[in-house]
Design a protein around this ligand. Sequence first.
Ligand SMILES: Cc1ncc(COP(=O)(O)O)c(C=O)c1O
Length: 396
Amino acid sequence: MNASVERRYRPETRLIHAGTMRSQFGETSEALFLTQGFVYDSAEQCEARFKGEEPGYLYSRFSNPTVSMFEARMAALEGAEAARATATGMAAVTTALMGIVRAGDHVVAAKALFGSCRWVVEEWLPRFGVESTLVDGTDLDQWKKAVRKNTKACFLETPTNPTLEVIDIAEVAKIAHSVGAKLIVDNVFATPLLRKPLQLGADVVVYSATKHIDGQGRALGGAILASEKYLKDDLGMFYRHTGPSLSPFNAWLLLKGLETLELRVERQCRTAEALARYLETHPKIERVIYPGLPSHPQYQLAKRQMTAGGTVVAFDIPGDKEACFRFLDSLRLVDISNNLGDSKSLVTHPATTTHSRLKPEERAALGIGDGLVRLSAGLEGEADLLADLEQALATV
Ligand SMILES: Cc1ncc(COP(=O)(O)O)c(C=O)c1O
């Protein structure tokens, strides 16, 4: 399927067919090219490939046919010109940023970020002379005040991990562009199906494909989606020479994951909303955060920029950390794990895991208390999950 044909089809159709390159054997399922290198008919052909005068593969750190299929399918789904696959979501975030900054540049990011993303912005970039400013992502005035002439990138994740803040991508894109900076959006929680950052004005979208895209606990992976120019001119050399590339085996698993992405995400969103509605009426629960509920602080924005509330719910268990741990330890069906977007429902205690690096006052500023629980809805029966929450809540 070529790109113009792909655009005619609905997302669920692109998820099955886009990017497929059949080999001479005519296989139904995408071929897995587990090879590090490629051979050439002649030294002249090898030279032409290295010079870029002849298309073709050179070495799997640069590109590989199975990885190319995954990249093409991701680009078709997102509506991006092109994609580059990475070994993990963090490799995607780091590569996307490192490709465009130099010593003396400046980055602005929302402070409500996944712990590792925040470390990259707050601790890693400054080591190389790239200053960073963290802002409240929901406050547009803070973005406006923070950007400067040397700001090269604005970075945000939305809905945020774990407190599910929804940030206005269209408005932050305008602010970034006013100083010539690029807006990079980590779209992990929304998935490529619920929100389209590029259509809203973002320049670059990054994913941890480890989450919904695999969604079955098997493989780590990541992707960067953007214009051909950005991926070639800004990222090309960094990607080729530092090696954040995705293994062909994981690319193959992720291709299979994409085939069922729409079915899984639709079901997980329905379940997450049902769990959120149940928790909201539970007498022991004071705060439920879910972008699809009118009680969410950015509900109107979520309605405008997302097509559903997402697969994750956050809520506070009353009392101290011990009470919260009692609740977590009492769950029988829902597993304790710091992953999300999986076919199994998973709960995390952000204060002692993903956000444990932050000081207590920094966590408090983000609304991450000792009672906060992040629940990622899986594919189990809704009634079974509700019953599990009910019996675990009886212990607190
Ligand atoms: C919002 C967000 N971005 C990035 C990542 C990093 O992804 P990975 O674990 O695949 O490196 C995560 C993972 O937990 C995440 O939640």
